[in-house]
Write a protein that binds this ligand. Structure first.
Ligand code: FRU
Length: 489
């Protein structure tokens, strides 16, 4: 315990020494969760505890690169204003000495328990030379955590066709008399799968079964699973590594999505349908959900992608979380929408109605570096139309709808510095209209399409001065309504 505290204190000093410098970076995000400095990846332990939302994250507090993992920690009463808390977990034990990898949180007897993966490298090759075990830490105040003496609580992968070492990212929940946990895994021949465990006390775990397994193009490893009930279905969310591109789909290095089905808890088997993405942009991985006191299912994800270029690294930080998104089941699919609390950030509304646009045009007051935009477009007879965001000197981020192919494309080829490329999603017009709800932060864009049916997320790195917004089309279109708000915390 003393050692854990000391290791955390050292890491906090490292953050304190760098956070001033980081805060002056113009591409620092204004309303997204980031670490005060240095690297973050997956959301962890996203939970509602004693009236507050807690969010932990994979964190390397010594450099803007991935390294031995700690758990950073923020909490919030409203999912919008986040308070930075001390690092919650540090790798200080034999069983987690090379990293406290991803995991989740659950309340038990008034205490907050974190279940995470202890990672140890057993040789130089991080793909083959590793040992992963499952561990617990707990806290009364939700801030200071002690690791359990019984750790690791799951010491090795089960027998059967389960890879012995790639065995990580426990997501824990309670159902009936049992605690359950689902773990990311692969078979011995590298096919992604998830493992179901159950326990009466969180400490002694019994392996139930391989709950689901990749078929066809579903990857060689499933990371960061989550399993929950929503709108009549059992939903398995997971992040498959190694899916091949198919048409417009799966062009990121790794994917994040879900299948819908029905879980037989006695057998530990999920019968399910096909895989759907949760986001069609570039930067979305390892999503995790919670349910809050209002019964909402809320998801947050890492707004980045492994091996992607991250220009902010030169300013000593890297990575962020998406905005929290509420999940709802509609038409047999998951819709995600920005949580309503984000409306607190709105300032200076600008509205236009029934505006006809030909060629390319801007509208007075519709521009910005950090803003929210809601727009409904009737394309009339136009085939190609859309809008450009963060327009400036030789820079723009384009959203183009093409009626012939029925696709919306997010193009960051000339967004600014940083990664480029185009992602497209199949979108049907609804009542002959395209409805977009867009959140722009200094270096990010999140586009919710047709009421959250699809979402496209990207990091972009335009110049601070690139604040223009234009609407364009090949034939006259009508903007039925556009609302723009500044966003300020
Ligand atoms: C997913 C992941 C997890 C792992 C963590 C390590 O992004 O690879 O499987 O626990 O990141 O930081």
């Amino acid at each position: 315990m003393v050692k854990h505290n000391n290791v955390i204190e050292e890491a906090m000093k490292s953050l304190a020494a760098t956070k001033e410098k980081v805060s002056t970076d113009p591409c620092r995000l204004k309303f997204h969760v980031t670490a005060p400095a240095f690297w973050i990846n997956d959301p962890n332990g996203f939970s509602f505890f004693k009236g507050e939302y807690h969010l932990f994250y994979q964190h390397h507090p010594y450099s803007p690169e991935w390294g031995p993992m700690y758990w950073g920690h923020v909490k919030s009463k409203d999912l919008v204003h986040w308070e930075q808390l001390p690092i919650a977990l540090a790798p200080d034990q034999e069983y987690d000495k090379d990293g406290c990898f991803s995991g989740s949180a659950i309340e038990k007897d008034g205490e907050l328990y974190l279940m995470y993966t202890g990672n140890v490298w057993t040789g130089p090759d991080h793909d083959t030379d590793l040992k992963q075990v499952q561990c617990l830490a707990f806290s009364e105040d939700g801030v200071h955590f002690k690791k359990l003496l019984e750790n690791p609580v799951i010491k090795e992968a089960p027998d059967g066709d389960v890879h012995p070492f790639h065995f990580r990212d426990p997501k824990v929940w309670k159902q009936g008399e049992f605690y359950y946990c689902i773990l990311g895994s692969r078979t011995k021949s590298h096919i992604g799968q998830v493992l179901l465990y159950r326990s009466h006390d969180l400490i002694v775990w019994e392996f139930v079964n391989i709950a689901a397994k990749a078929e066809g193009n579903l990857g060689y490893m499933w990371e960061c699973p989550d399993l929950f009930h929503l709108g009549g279905y059992d939903v398995l969310m997971m992040s498959p590594q190694g899916m091949e591109p198919e048409g417009n789909l799966y062009h990121n290095l790794h994917q994040a999505g879900y299948v819908l089905g029905s879980m037989d808890y006695d057998k530990g088997i999920l019968s399910h349908g096909e895989f759907h993405l949760l986001d069609y942009g570039f930067d979305f991985y390892a999503p995790q959900t919670l349910t809050d006191d209002q019964g909402r299912r809320i998801m947050i994800a890492w707004m980045a992608m492994w091996e992607s270029e991250m220009p902010e690294q030169s300013n000593s930080w890297a990575g962020a979380m998406t905005i929290p998104r509420e999940l709802k089941m509609k038409k047999g699919k998951i819709f995600s929408t920005p949580v309503a609390e984000l409306q607190q950030l709105r300032t200076d509304q600008v509205t236009y109605e029934n505006i006809k646009i030909s060629g390319e045009q801007s509208l007075d007051g519709i521009s910005g570096e950090v803003f929210e935009l809601e727009v409904a477009i009737d394309p009339k007879s136009a085939i190609q139309f859309g809008l450009k965001l963060r327009v400036g000197n030789q820079e723009e981020t384009e959203l183009l709808y093409d009626k012939d192919s029925g696709t919306l494309s997010l193009d960051r080829s000339v967004s600014g510095s940083g990664p480029t490329g185009v992602r497209s999603a199949d979108i049907d017009l609804i009542d002959s209209m395209l409805k977009l709800h867009i959140f722009i932060d200094s270096s990010s864009v999140e586009v919710f399409v047709n009421g959250g049916e699809k979402v496209m997320t990207a990091r972009i790195y335009p110049d601070k001065q690139s604040t223009g917004v234009t609407f364009f089309s090949d034939e006259q279109i009508e903007i039925i309504k556009v609302n723009k708000w500044g966003l300020s915390r």
